[in-house]
Structures are given as structure tokens and as C-alpha cells.
Write a protein that binds this ligand. Structure first.
Ligand code: HEM
Length: 362
């Protein structure tokens, strides 16, 4: 008879299932009240928190890579891969709301009042996730969550406040983008001139348009002027600074131009990965908004427009965060600053050669 291997890895010990599977204690059981669906409520929250943990694990590694002075090509692919994983988790976790919705509003009422004043407001991991992504403090509208937390959780939130954020890391990585400027080439100057040609053409088209009335022409030209001034704010550092002071832009001027450059010239092999990184970051940011809205709509189904157990206005507060809490809006909105490939200025040879695969240049 062979002896049992005490040191061998054992399924339930490895996964610490004794802790995980014995961590569900419905309040209704304690109160001696019948509330069958409270188990589902607890397990759903726990599953979410586990996935938040995995998201933060990935996020932490992406921030450390991008915060480095010099980021290698293969490290960018690694970040893209991890950001895609983070987004997949969020997408999949939204399905968990569908499972929770098999509990009706009436079933929820069986135990909801027993939970007061506990609330998702007190989810430290969610707060830390927002912070590590780089959501600015002024955008975190409801600081009430801090007062609702116990000291040990408040400490975790405060510790996270001092840590590097994805926003800062991406900004610094973008600011290091080469190729935007050489001795005889300035990306933004070339781009500005191509953009102003397109607006001049639009104005000429309107002047020659036979169907439009004079009044309609004035309105069309005004909207072109507006679009052009929004483009020009990108090219003029002073105007851009004013936008930053007004809170209308957050990403630095240098980083914004780099993000625009990468997106415009993404077809060059060397810019493919940087562009994929920008898309992955914006994708995660967008999916988090969708997550927030999905949670808000589930809330409406469960409690209508009643206030939350944490004291917020409930659905309205949550739906508002879905719209407002975007971290990378400055990058996403750059799509409005692109012009068609056929009129995008060509890059000088000194730059375009360096952006190709080496064997293409041989
Ligand atoms: C019956 C199900 C649920 C209802 C009715 C509900 C309701 C609410 C409400 C009303 C709030 C706003 C804060 C407050 O006043 O309490 C909130 C916040 C929150 N809930 Fe839920 N929730 C539910 C399920 C979940 C689940 C399954 C999760 C997953 C972890 C979750 C995570 C959160 C988070 C992270 C917040 C903070 C959001 C923020 O402040 O931006 N909730 N919830």
C-alpha cells in the first residue's frame, strides 16, 4: 500500500475551498426569516468581487509596464492582451446581473431591509479600481461612500490614492512617442494644413450649393467654423491649455497629439501595437460604462426609483455615473479629429522607413 502524499497538491486545499464555500451567511437565516434568494444575492456579489480581484491583478501589471521609462514592443502586446482579458471579464460578469434578475423585486424584499446600511458603495475593490484607472477625485461624485466604510477599508482606499494610475502611465507612455517631430518635420503643422484644406473645400462646396438658401448657408458655415475651431484647439498649445483649465480636456497636449498620430498612421507596422493598446484601453473604459449602466438598469428593475441602501438616489445616481465616469474620453473622442486616409499627409521618408518592418526596408 502506498502512503498518502501529505505534501502533494490537493484540489480543495489548493483552492482554499473551505474558506470560499463556507463564506455565505444569509442575514435572513440569522433573523429566522424565510428568504430563499438571499443565497443567490450573496454568491453573485462574491463572484463579482473575485472577478474584480482578477481585473486589478491585470491592471496592476499593465500600469507597472507602461510606467517604465522605455516600454518594449513585446511588452505593449502583453498589455493589450491583459487589457483584453480585463474587458472579457467585465463583459462576462455582466451576465451575472441576468442571473441575479431571476430574483424578482418581491423576492428581494424578503431580505432587503435586513441589509441596511450595507451597499455596493462600500466595495473597496470597485473604488480602488476607479482610482487605479485614473478617475479624478472631482469626478468621483459621491464621496459619501468613504463615510460609509469601516476604518480598515478606508485605509485601503487611502493607500490606493497614492498609487500610479493607468491614466498617468498611458499619458507618460504617449509623451515618449518618437516620430512626431524631426529637424524638418512637425506632425501637427502638416496635419493642421491638411485639415484647413478640407474645411476650405467644405466652405467652397456650401458657397456653390444651388439648393441652399442664404440663411442655410450661414448656418452651415457656422457649423464648419465650430468644427474647425475644435480642431485648432488641438494644434494651439495655448488654447489647449485653456481647455485643460476649464476641465474640458485632461490628457496633456503632447500625449493627445501622439495619440492622434498613432491613430492616423496606424497602418504602419510599428504603430499597429501602440494603436491596439489605445483601442484596448478605450474598449475597457467603454465596457465599464456599459457595466455601470447594466447595473443601474438592474437596480431599476429591483427597487424602481427608490433610494439605495447606501443613501444615494439609486437608479439616477448610477445611470449618471455610467455617462460621466469615463477616464479615457480624451482618447476616444479623437475619432472626431481624424480625416480620411486619402488626404492624410504622407510621412517624410526618414520617418516612414523606420515605421515599416525591417525586412520591407531591405
Ligand atoms: C438586487 C441587486 C442590486 C441592487 C438593487 C443594487 C443597488 C445599488 C444601489 C442603489 C447603489 C447606489 C449606492 C446606494 O445608494 O446604495 C449601488 C451601488 C453599487 N453596487 Fe449595487 N445593487 C445590486 C447588486 C449589485 C451587484 C451584484 C454588484 C456587484 C459587485 C453591485 C455593485 C455595486 C457597486 C460597485 C456600487 C457602487 C457604484 C458607484 O458608486 O459608482 N451591486 N447598488
Amino acid at each position: 500500500m502506498s502512503q498518502t502524499h501529505d505534501n502533494s497538491v490537493y484540489y480543495s486545499e489548493y483552492l482554499q475551498l473551505n474558506k470560499v464555500l463556507e463564506a455565505q451567511f444569509p442575514e435572513s437565516d440569522k433573523a429566522g426569516i424565510e428568504a430563499h434568494d438571499e443565497m443567490l444575492f450573496i454568491i453573485t456579489h462574491q463572484a463579482f468581487e473575485l472577478w474584480f480581484k482578477q481585473i486589478m491583478f491585470e491592471l496592476d501589471s499593465v500600469i507597472s509596464i507602461l510606467s517604465k521609462e522605455s516600454v518594449k514592443e513585446h511588452e505593449i502586446s502583453l498589455c493589450v492582451h491583459r487589457l483584453h482579458r480585463m474587458e472579457s471579464i467585465l463583459r462576462m460578469s455582466m451576465e451575472q446581473f441576468t442571473i441575479l434578475e431571476t430574483m424578482s423585486a418581491l423576492d428581494f424584499m424578503d431580505f432587503r431591509d435586513l441589509l441596511h446600511p450595507a451597499s455596493g458603495f462600500q466595495s473597496v475593490q470597485f473604488r480602488v479600481l476607479e482610482m487605479r484607472l485614473g478617475l479624478p477625485q472631482e469626478k468621483r461624485m459621491n464621496r459619501a461612500f468613504l463615510t460609509a466604510m469601516k476604518d480598515f477599508d478606508k485605509n485601503l482606499v487611502h493607500q490606493a490614492e497614492g498609487k500610479a494610475t493607468l491614466f498617468e502611465a498611458v499619458q507618460s507612455w504617449l509623451e515618449h512617442t518618437p516620430f512626431l517631430e524631426t529637424e524638418d518635420y512637425l506632425f501637427w503643422q502638416e496635419y493642421k494644413s491638411a485639415v484647413s484644406d478640407t474645411f476650405a473645400k467644405d466652405r467652397a462646396d456650401i458657397a456653390n450649393h444651388e439648393i441652399l438658401t442664404d440663411e442655410e448657408r450661414v448656418i452651415r458655415v457656422q457649423s464648419i467654423d465650430q468644427a474647425e475651431s475644435s480642431f485648432n484647439s488641438l494644434f494651439d498649445e495655448g488654447t489647449y491649455k485653456e481647455l485643460m483649465e476649464k476641465g474640458e480636456r485632461r490628457l496633456s497636449h503632447k500625449a493627445t497629439l501622439a495619440a492622434l498620430f498613432i491613430q492616423l498612421y496606424r497602418d504602419y507596422p510599428l504603430l499597429d501595437h501602440p494603436n491596439a493598446l489605445l483601442q484596448a484601453i478605450c474598449g475597457f473604459d467603454e465596457t465599464l460604462s456599459v457595466w455601470r449602466y447594466r447595473h443601474a438598469s438592474m437596480t431599476m428593475r429591483m427597487i424602481g426609483s427608490r433610494i439605495g441602501t447606501g443613501g444615494s438616489s439609486g437608479f439616477h445616481y448610477l445611470a449618471h455615473t455610467a455617462l460621466k465616469q469615463r477616464v479615457f474620453g480624451d482618447i476616444t473622442s479623437l475619432s472626431g479629429m481624424l480625416i480620411p486616409r486619402r488626404i492624410t499627409p504622407s510621412l517624410p521618408n526618414t520617418i516612414s522607413e523606420r515605421l515599416k518592418f525591417t525586412f520591407e526596408n531591405e
